[in-house]
Design a protein around this ligand. Structure first.
Ligand SMILES: [Cu+2]
Length: 475
């Protein structure tokens, strides 16, 4: 069974899965219950395992992680392993089950690790941030609501019904804290138990730009009326935004990244690890952290769980937000695909591919619409053309693929944003429409017969020709 004219998947409107479900529907497992880590046994403390929050794949991080391992091994006199799980949730699970003894993560997952895994926040990352006009070294930062210099608005309250750009729904400084500020100011109602505060209750339109730079472009281009900038972006971007805007509100302090220790970590390993990490702040060692995880790292300093996360806990309480990691389980390889408005790019910005996946592995395509328009995603080979009437003229335009990659291959689709979560497994995937800010995963295992060249493309009229296509190679 194949749905030909699927319902739309549009930000801010109705969100509907555009897939055919031949199997059963299941609840997603945002807690990462299916992570392979949970199945292995606790690592003996003879070897110290430190899990880091994934921002890149383990293979990308490996060479730099090796340098950090050597540094820590020298100081601690034992074997050290840096683990890069595929998801934040897996870091927390690893701490919970004792496969990792410590974790390096941003404040929100760190708060969750203390709540769910009984871990303890022991060190806060002091970073080079800009607070107001001044560059400072602090374990916290602020974020700011900004409007263009020419905007008539003098306060956030005057922006009711206007358009706002948020960095990403998982961003503490770019979403959680700003929404908490709206609640504090009485502009957005405090949500009832079990619900999340919705900035759309105040703004006419909200978009997730995918990052601060994208939101700044949208603000400059007049696509939105208000946006947010945080003090931990590059100083260049920060100054550029502040030069072109006026600050209406600020929120913070926002806690920076932290080191958490698992509850089973005994002495003297605990003190040794703490000291080794503190030593990373010496000027000759700083680059190890700067290269591995954080380009603005200065040093770690001692802290405690309540001290570090107090402002964040307050924001989470005001907004009712829960950290739900929106990543399906059982994925062995992640391929991130950004749909821009006239291109398809990898996470590092490379346009047009080639994206590479390996047959017989469980691959997760993480598809994010970082643009401002509705797009389609289709996987296939050989664009087919059809006659269509475009602006009153008959034209031959690309209209899908001759052969769909998922023609005979079941795939699971997990739609996490913009609104509700939907999961459909074992379906025949044809094409999906993804609105701005849309965030979904397609999970599949390609058989060896699928090896070869494929393509990912968008067939919204005009988009394919404008460059919305990328090579995909199954190896
Ligand atoms: Cu498109």
């Amino acid at each position: 069974m194949v749905v030909k004219n699927p319902p739309r998947l549009v930000l801010g409107l109705l969100l509907v899965a555009v897939i055919v479900v031949s199997g059963c529907t299941q609840t997603p497992t945002p807690g990462g219950a299916a992570t392979p880590l949970a199945l292995s046994s606790p690592s003996p403390v003879g070897k110290m395992v430190i899990a880091i929050q994934p921002t890149e794949t383990a293979a990308e991080v490996a060479p730099r992680a090796r340098q950090m391992e050597e540094f820590l091994e020298k100081r601690m006199g034992g074997d050290v392993e840096i683990l890069v799980p595929t998801t934040y949730a897996a870091v927390i699970e690893a701490l919970r089950f004792g496969q990792a003894h410590a974790g390096l993560m941003s404040a929100w997952p760190a708060a969750l690790a203390s709540q769910k895994a009984g871990a303890e926040i022991v060190l806060a990352e002091v970073r080079e941030v800009v607070i107001g006009e001044q560059k400072q070294e602090k374990p916290y930062y602020f974020s700011y609501w900004v409007v263009p210099r020419g905007s008539p608005a003098q306060s956030l309250a005057e922006l009711r019904g206007k358009r706002a750009c948020f960095a990403s729904p998982l961003s503490t400084s770019g979403f959680v804290m700003p929404v908490a500020r709206l609640v504090e100011l009485g502009l957005v109602p405090r949500p009832p138990q079990g619900k999340e505060a919705d900035p759309k209750a105040f703004f006419g339109e909200t978009i997730f730009g995918g990052g601060y730079a994208q939101c700044w472009s949208a603000l400059k281009g007049g696509q939105v009326d208000v946006s947010i900038i945080a003090g931990d972006v590059s100083e260049k971007l920060y100054r550029e935004v502040l030069d072109g805007t006026r600050v209406l509100e600020q929120q913070g302090p926002i806690p920076s990244h932290a080191v958490v220790f698992g509850k089973g970590l005994p002495e003297p390993q605990k003190s040794r690890l703490r000291q080794a990490l503190l030593d990373l702040g010496a000027s000759e060692n700083r680059d190890l952290m700067r290269k591995l995880l954080s380009g603005i790292f200065v040093r770690f300093e001692n802290t405690t769980t309540p001290e570090h996360i107090a402002p964040l806990s307050r924001a989470l309480e005001l907004t009712g937000q829960e950290f739900l990691e929106k990543v399906p389980g059982r994925i062995q390889e992640v391929v991130t695909i950004h749909l821009g408005d006239d291109y398809i790019a990898a996470r590092d910005g490379t346009r047009g591919g080639p994206f590479r996946v390996v047959a017989n592995r469980t691959v997760g395509f993480h598809i994010v619409n970082t643009g401002t328009k509705l797009h389609e995603v289709a996987f296939g080979r050989g664009a087919k053309y059809a006659e269509q009437t475009v602006e009153g003229k008959k034209k031959t335009v690309p209209d899908g693929y001759n052969l769909s990659l998922f023609e005979d291959l079941p795939a699971d689709v997990f739609i996490y944003k913009p609104e509700k979560i939907e999961v459909a497994t074992g379906g025949r995937l044809e094409e999906m429409e993804v609105g701005p800010g849309g965030d979904l995963w397609v999970r599949a295992v390609f058989p060896p017969e699928a090896k070869g060249e494929w393509e990912i493309g968008c067939f919204v009229p005009g988009h394919y020709e404008e460059g919305m296509r990328a090579r995909l190679i199954v190896e």
